[in-house]
Design a protein around this ligand. Structure first.
Ligand code: SF4
Length: 362
C-alpha cells in the first residue's frame, strides 16, 4: 500500500516521542478508544517508549469484545436451529457464550459460515431460498452502513429469508459512560479514526466541553498514534479541552454523509448492553419499525435469555481503563487465546489478547 512506510518511520516516531517528553510535565492518563490502536501500540512498543508520566489505558472500541453475552447466547440459539444458515465475521465464532461458542455449534452440525460482509450474506440468501439466512450484525459505526445497505438490498430483491441479529454499538455514548463514572481515570482520549471516517467528529465537541477532556481523532500507524498522543498532551499541559483531528488525511469534520444517511434510514438509537460494562443508554442501534421484519431476534423468538459470565473475567473494568489485563488472576493462566474466558482474549482487537501476544505482564 502506498504511504504506509512513511507512517512507520522509526526516526520520525522517535522525534515525536522526544517532543512528547519535552512537552509533558505532569502525570496523565490517556485512553485510546479502538482495539486496533491498542494492538498498534503493543506491536510497535509505543507504550514502552513514552515518558513515565503518561499512562495509556485501553478503551471499549473492540466490537467483538463488547458484544453482550446475551447477544452471543442469542446467536448460539439461532444458529443451532434447523434450516438456518448463520453468517458472521470470523472473529465471532470463538467468542465464548454462556455455554459454548459458534464453533462448537458448527461442530455439532449447524450451518455457520464466515463472511466478509453482510452483502455476502444477502447473496447466500438469494442462493438458498429454502433456508433462513441470518447475519450477525455486530460492530461500531464502521460496520453499520454496510449492514443497513444489506437490509435495503434484501428488500429490493424481495427476499423474505434474510435477517440481521443486530448488536450495534456507538462510541460517543461509551465516552459519556466512562467520563461520567465516579471511578473515571481518563483525562484525554484518542478517538478512533475509522469511526470518525464514517461519522466525522461533530459529536465530540459537547463531550469535551461537558467533561473538560481533550479528544484527538487518531489513526492507526505508529506515527499517527504518537501524533495523537502529542496533541492530547499539549492540550492537557495547557489546560485546554478541544476536539482536534490528527488523522486529517482520512477524516473530515462531517464524515461520510451518504453513509450516515443510510444508517439513519434503517437504524434508530436504542439502549445497549456492553459485555462486562452493562447497559449504556442510547448507545446502540436497532432496526427501525419499518424494517422489523428483518430482525432475527424477533423472527426466531430468542428474547428471553439469561446469560452467565465467567466470574473470573474483569474485562469490563479493563475496558473502562480501571484495570490492566495482568491484574486479572486468570490472565495467561486459565485464560489464553487457545482457551479464552472472556471476549477480550478472543478478538484480534482484544486488549487481553494484545497483552498476551506482546508479552505485557506488568
Ligand atoms: S484475561 Fe481473560 S478472564 Fe481475564 S479479563 Fe481478560 S478475557 Fe477476562
Amino acid at each position: 500500500m502506498k504511504y504506509i512506510s512513511e507512517y512507520r518511520d522509526a526516526h520520525l516516531v522517535q522525534a515525536g516521542i522526544n517532543e512528547i517528553a519535552r512537552t509533558v510535565h505532569k502525570s496523565w492518563v490517556i485512553m485510546e478508544i479502538c482495539g486496533g490502536q491498542t494492538h498498534s501500540i503493543m506491536k510497535y512498543g509505543l507504550d514502552q517508549l513514552l515518558p513515565e508520566e503518561l499512562e495509556l489505558v485501553h478503551g471499549p472500541g473492540c466490537p467483538v469484545c463488547v458484544t453482550s453475552l446475551e447477544m452471543i447466547d442469542k446467536a448460539l440459539a439461532i444458529a443451532a436451529q434447523p434450516d438456518v444458515i448463520f453468517t458472521s465475521y470470523g472473529d465471532m465464532l470463538r467468542v465464548p457464550g454462556s455455554d459454548g461458542d459458534l464453533f462448537s455449534i458448527r461442530a455439532s452440525g449447524a450451518d455457520i459460515r464466515v463472511v466478509y460482509s453482510s452483502l455476502d450474506a444477502v447473496k447466500i440468501a438469494q442462493e438458498n431460498p429454502e433456508k433462513q439466512v441470518v447475519f450477525f450484525a455486530i460492530g461500531f459505526e464502521t460496520t453499520a452502513p454496510a449492514n443497513a445497505m444489506s437490509v435495503i438490498h434484501a428488500q429490493n430483491l424481495g427476499l423474505s429469508n434474510f435477517s440481521l441479529l443486530v448488536s450495534h454499538v456507538r462510541v460517543p455514548p461509551a465516552m459519556h459512560a466512562i467520563l461520567g463514572s465516579p471511578s473515571n481515570r481518563v483525562q484525554g482520549f484518542l478517538a478512533a479514526g475509522h469511526v470518525c471516517t464514517v461519522m466525522g467528529y461533530w459529536e465530540y465537541g459537547p463531550i469535551t466541553q461537558k467533561y473538560k477532556v481533550p479528544i484527538v481523532v487518531t489513526g492507526f500507524e505508529p506515527l499517527d498514534i504518537i501524533q495523537g498522543i502529542l496533541f492530547v498532551v499539549k492540550q492537557l499541559e495547557k489546560g485546554s479541552y478541544d476536539v482536534e483531528n490528527a488523522y486529517a488525511r482520512v477524516v473530515s469534520y462531517e464524515g461520510n454523509q451518504p453513509a450516515q444517511v443510510i444508517i439513519s434510514q434503517v437504524f434508530e438509537d436504542c439502549d445497549q448492553k456492553w459485555r462486562g460494562i452493562g447497559n449504556i443508554p442510547l448507545s446502540g442501534w436497532q432496526l427501525k419499525r419499518e424494517f422489523k421484519s428483518y430482525d432475527a431476534a424477533d423472527r426466531f423468538q430468542v428474547q428471553k435469555i439469561t446469560p452467565t459470565e465467567s466470574p473470573l473475567c474483569i474485562a469490563g473494568q479493563i475496558l473502562q481503563g480501571l484495570k490492566k489485563p495482568f491484574n486479572c488472576p486468570a490472565f495467561a493462566v486459565q485464560c489464553t487465546p487457545e482457551h479464552p474466558l472472556g471476549a477480550t482474549m478472543v478478538s484480534s482487537e482484544g486488549v487481553c489478547a494484545a497483552y498476551y501476544r506482546y508479552g505485557r505482564s506488568i
